[in-house]
Structures are given as C-alpha cells and as structure tokens.
Design a protein around this ligand. Structure first.
Ligand code: G1P
Length: 294
C-alpha cells in the first residue's frame, strides 16, 4: 500500500453524553488538560505522516475550523506583549506543511456515511480514519514512541492490507463496538476473518473490539456507496469493511499505547488524570490530591 497522506476525522456527532456542555462546545473540543481532544488526534495523524486532514463536520461545528485557523488578533496581541511562549502555543496547533479540508455531512446517517462524505477529497489513495473521542496515547510527539496510526500505517504499507486498531474489551461491552474475529499472524497483528457491528455478548465472535483508528484502501468508498443501513439503522463503516474482507486483506492490529474512551465521562477523567500525572508541573500535586481522597 502507498504511503499514508490523508486522514479523515468524522466530527459531526452530537456528543449527547456531554450535554449540556455540548450544546455549544463540540465534543472534540473538550480539553484534556489544556489541549482539546481533536488536537491529540491531529498530532497523531501528523506523526503518521499525514499532510491533508479531512474533517467531516456539520453546520454547527465552526469551532474546529476556527481552532486550526490563524488567530490574527490574539497572535498580534501576544506578539506585541512579547509573550513568545504563548504565541508559539497558539501557532503550534498545526504544522505549516499540513492543510485542513472541511466537508459537511448533511445528515447524521452513520460513521460509514461520514467517511463516504470524504471521498471527493481523499480520491484514489489509501487513507486513515481517526475517531477523536478515542484518545490513544503512546507518549508525546518527540518521545520517540510512534503513535497508534503511525504503527498502523507501517503495517499497512508492509503487508499491503487495510488495518484496524483493536483492543480487548470486557465481554459485556461488545454491544458498544465493532467486534472482529481474527487469526493471529504475529505478536500484534491478526488477519481479520469477520467483523460485526455492536453484537450482543452472547453472539459476539470474540471480545476484540475496533477502537477509533483505521487505515483503509480507497476501494472502501465504492463498498460504502452500496452499504445499506445496519446496526442502529445507520450506514456502518464496519459493514463495508466486512465486504472488503472478501476481496482483500484486512489486519487487526494491537497497537502499543493506552486508549482512553473520551466519548464518556469516566474515560475523559482518566485521560485527564493520566496526562496530569505525566506532566512535571502537575504530577506531585495531583498525586497528593488523589492520595488525600483515599
Ligand atoms: C464506532 C464504530 C465501532 C467502533 C467504535 C470505536 O462506534 O461504529 O465499530 O468499535 O466507533 O470507538 P460508535 O462509538 O460511533 O458508536
């Protein structure tokens, strides 16, 4: 598979688990410490080599475009005040060589439909998909440890295959995920035989769940065009991947890193604590606070 250059971010969801905040704040803009979830996702895409980021958004989500845009007034005020550290932070949301493209998903018809909306921008090349509410952390950029998508892109290139990030989940949670049945081919990779969207625990083929990262060939778009509504009445990416399996190789990959399900409150709290404990300026005080709570 050719090198990964484009990454799609489906960000049109309503974020109902975080209402009322998500009345006005896109869930991808919720912060973990000082950076919004979408920043972690974008950093991971850039780490994987992406230079084109495709946001599939809805008409209410201007904040994400504003966030990655130049903030003229703020930047000139910070520059005048000589606050160069802050200026660097504001200007550092996106490297210069990376461009953002915004596509709207007119109706919330499902993840598969959202990904299909990116087709005119992605065109004829393989691409990544990142669901920003699954925060996967393998150390900061510059730590020397590759992000999950970079790991997956390397496997996709080497094996000439689609790659899905997977992790084991408790059996009783299979109904929240796409679940794979896969045959191990190495320590971290397994050849996918079957994928099912949100199966009940009693019929799930395993407890290996797809978590928010995909590397897919362009062929998935044609398959999505013919995908009928599935689980929850939505056009599911998982169903198109099931079709893809019958014609080309798809691998499930156990990434190196920790995944936080920031689509729910506990996951966001855990991610925040994890980052605070990794931050030299916050670690000691956070430990003291937690110890005091018993
Ligand atoms: C989506 C996918 C599902 C995947 C999950 C990962 O579900 O449809 O296959 O396991 O993301 O977070 P959602 O969380 O949007 O219901």
């Amino acid at each position: 598979m050719p090198r990964l250059r484009k990454v799609v971010f489906p960000v049109a969801g309503l974020g109902t688990r975080f209402l009322p905040a998500t009345k006005v704040v896109a869930k991808e803009m919720l912060p973990v410490l000082d950076r919004p979830l979408i920043q972690y996702a974008v950093d991971e895409a850039v780490d994987a080599g992406a230079d084109t980021l495709v946001f599939v958004t809805n008409r209410y989500k201007h904040a994400i475009a504003d966030y990655f845009d130049k903030a003229y007034e703020l930047e000139s005020k910070l520059a005048q005040a000589g606050k160069n550290d802050l200026l660097a932070l504001v200007q550092g949301t996106l490297p210069k060589h990376v461009r953002c493209v915004f596509v709207t998903q007119p109706e919330a018809l499902g993840l598969g439909h959202a990904v299909l909306c990116a087709k005119p921008v992605v065109g004829d090349e393989p691409f990544g998909v990142i669901l920003a509410d699954d925060l996967i952390w393998n150390g900061a950029a510059g730590s020397g440890r590759p992000g999950a998508l970079r790991q997956m892109a390397a496997v996709a290139e080497r094996e000439n295959a689609g790659v899905l990030a997977v992790e084991e989940v408790p059996r009783e949670q299979t109904g929240k995920y796409g679940i794979v049945d896969a045959e191990p081919i190495s320590e971290r990779a397994a050849r996918v035989r079957l994928v099912v969207e949100k199966p009940k625990p009693e019929v799930a083929p395993s407890n290996l769940a797809i978590v928010g990262r995909y590397v897919l060939p362009e062929r998935i778009f044609e398959l999505l065009e013919n995908t009928r509504p599935g689980a929850g009445g939505e056009i599911q990416l998982t169903d198109a991947i099931e079709d893809l399996l019958h014609e080309s190789s798809v691998l499930a990959y156990r990434f190196e890193g920790t995944r936080f399900d920031c689509g729910n409150k506990l996951g966001l709290v855990q991610a925040t604590l994890h980052m605070a404990l990794e931050d030299p300026a916050l670690a000691a005080a956070t430990r003291t606070y937690l110890a005091g709570r018993g």
